[in-house]
Design a protein around this ligand. Sequence first.
Ligand code: ADP
Length: 581
Amino acid sequence: MAERLEEQLEELMMLQRVDQELNSTLNLESVMMLTIDWAMRRTGAAAGMVCISTQDNAGLIPLVTLGYDPDRMIYTAENPFPLTLGVTGRCGRTRKLQVVQDITTDPDYFTTVDNMRWMIAAPIEMRGRLLGVISLEGDQDGELNDANVKFVKRLASRSAIALENARLYQETERRANEMSALYAASRIISSSIERIDVIKNSSQAVADVLSVSSTIFGEYREDLNRLTMVASTKFIPSSHAPDLLPAANELLELNAIPELANSIKQNRILALSINDPNLSEGIQQFMDDHFLKSMLLLPLAVQDQKLGLLMAVDGRRERRFMRDEILLAESLASQIAAAMRQAKLYEDVRELESLKSEMIRMASHDLRNPLGNVMGYLELLVSEISYTFDQNHQDYVKQMRTSLNTIKSLIEDLLTLDKIESERQESFTRINLSTLLDDVFMSQQFQAIRNNQTMNLAKPIEAIYVQASSTQLRQALVNLINNAIKYTPENGLIQVRLTFDDNRVRFEVQDTGYGISKEKQSRLFSRFYRAREQHTEHIMGTGLGLSLVKTVVERHGGEVWVKSALGKGSTFGFWLPAKRD
Ligand code: ADP
C-alpha cells in the first residue's frame, strides 16, 4: 500500500513538472524532447518518438526521435510517415491508443529498431483535431503495465496543449513571415511605373515568394488567343537548374495548350507537375521542350481585362505548391496586374504627350513662314495705299497688326518651349546669375518707366553661380519681370530680389499689381492657362510664359512658387541649386 502511494505521488510530481515545463516554453522541439524523455524514463522504453500531423492530416512528421537507427528513420517533413504504416500510423488513423504487449503478434508492426518486445502509441488530440502521436517501444516484458499505459495517456493529453500552443505560435510566426514577404514583394512590384521594370520586378517578387528557379512572363492577345513571351528570367545558376526558357517574342498558340488557355480565360491559378497523368499533350510538350518539372500559372487580369500570364516554373524538381503559397501568389498576381495596367496607361499618356508636342512643333514651324508673309505683305500694302485710309481703315490695320502679333508670339513661345525641352542638360555651363540679372533688369526697365512704374533691384555684391543654360535662364527672368510689369497698373512698385545661401539661389519679383484669386493660383504654371480677372482681361498674352519658367527652373533642378492676393499684388519666384566653386 505504502509503495503504491509512493509510486502515485512520484507520478503526480512528475506530471506536475511536465505541466510546468510544457507550459513555459514555446519551442516545439524542446517541448517534445522533454515529453519523450520523461515517457522513456518512466516506462523504461528503449526507443520513442513524437510525430506531428502534416497540415492536411494525411501523414506524420517525426519531430523528435530517441533510440532509433537514423538510417532506418527516413521520414521527414518532405517525406512524411504515412498513416498506413506501422502501429504509429494506425494510431494516427484510428485516433485510438494502441497497446501492443507482444509485437510479434501485431501484423502492422514495422521494425525500425531491433529486438523490441512491446509498443505503445497514443494520439495527441485537441478539439477533435489530431496534432500528433507519441510512440514508445521497449525490449523488456512487463514494462507495459497499467500504470505506465495510464501515464503515457496522460502525458499525451497534457502535451496536446503545449503542442497546440507551439503550433499556434509557429503558425503566427509563419503568417508574419508571409506578410513581410508579401509586403516586400508588393513594394518591389510597385516601385516603378515603367512597363519593363514592372515586368522585371514582378518576376523577381514571384521568384522570391515561391522560391522557383525561373519565371516566364507572357502578354495575352485575346483576339488571336495567343501569348507573346516578353521576359524569361532564371534566378538560379544554370548548373543548378536545367530550365531552358523561351526567348522573348516567342509566340505560344493557346489552342494547343489548354492549361494555359484555361488559366487565363477562367482567371484561375493552376499548378502543374510533369508527371501528372492528366496533362495535355501541348503542355507536356512545352514542359519537355523547356526542361520544366513544375509550373504555377498566375493569370494577370484587371476587372475583365486579361493582360497575360506569369508562369513560376522549376526545372529542378517536381514540387507541390502549398495552399498558402497559392494564396500568396494570388495576391501577388492581382497586384502585378494592377501595376501592369498602370504602366500601360502611363505609356499611353506619354505617347500622347509626345504626339502632342510633335504636332505643336510641326504646326508652329509650318505657320511661321506664311505668317511672316502675311505680316510682310500687310506692311507693304499699308505703305503703298495708306494715304487713302480714313480713320476706320486705320483701326482695321491696327487690329490686324495686334492679332498677327499675338499669333507670332504664340508661335515663338511654343518654339522656345520645345527648344528648352530638347536642350541637353550636359550643355549647361557655370554662369553668374547676378550679371545675367543686371542685363535683363536693364532691358525691362524702359518698359516700366514707360508705364510710370517704379522698379528696383536688390542683390548681393558677390557673384552668384549656377550651372545653367544662360539663354533658358534669361528667358525665365524676362518672363517673370515682364509679367510683373504687364499685370501691374501705372504707378505701381516692382521689386526684384536675388539672394543666396550655401545650397540655394533664390530669385523673386514682387509687384503691387492686380493679383490673382486663390482658386486660380494652382493652375498658373500650366500651359496655355490665363487667369482672367476683372482688370487683366484686356492684357494680351499666350498663357505660355509661366509654364516656360517652370520647365526651365525644373530642368535646372529648382522649383517655382507664387504668392498672390487679388487686388494687392503678387510675388513670383524660384530657387535653383547653387554652384559653389
Ligand atoms: P500670359 O502672360 O502670356 O498670359 P503667363 O503664363 O506668363 O501667360 O501667365 C499666366 C497667367 O498668370 C496670366 O494670364 C495672368 O493671368 C497671370 N499672371 C502672371 N503673372 C502675373 C502677375 N505678376 N500678376 C498677376 N497675374 C499674373
